[in-house]
Design a protein around this ligand. Sequence first.
Ligand code: BTN
Length: 156
Amino acid sequence: MGKTGFSLVLALALVTLSTSSDKQCILSGSWQNELGSNMSIFAVNNAGQFSGLYFTAVSATPKPIVVSPLNGSQHMENSEQPTFGFTVSWKFSDSTTVFVGQCFVDDDGEQTLKTMWLLREKVSIIGDDWKATTVGTDVFTRIKGQKVEKPLKSDL
Ligand code: BTN
């Protein structure tokens, strides 16, 4: 291979490398899952911590659903497709859900959150502990064109 050929291959390799590492999956924003639940994640701070709001489309209780706060953190090192976790402390029930997952971005820049969750319901007696936790998966896609603002405390 001549000098020009080598330079072309090198240039192509550099372009490929730089475009593939440009893609970053960002948690902040509005997301919807396959159940129709939606959530907004506010700004992620330098330590990787974030808060947000979750509006579930489904519930294990007959109580009216209201928006609930979430708090979590993500990995900041090698953060192109970070792993993360967050907790939702439900406002309308005594239950708590923890989500863990990873933020993925494809070649077109489309972002997806693949998660698993544990939902802990409150039981009256320790003998019912065995049935108090359920497990599942949720896939979130970004709701486009929504401005995310931090709510007033009084809105929660
Ligand atoms: C409750 O039922 O007491 C609280 C609501 C739980 C909703 C669960 S959390 C996991 C799953 N994903 C959702 O978006 N909603 C359900």
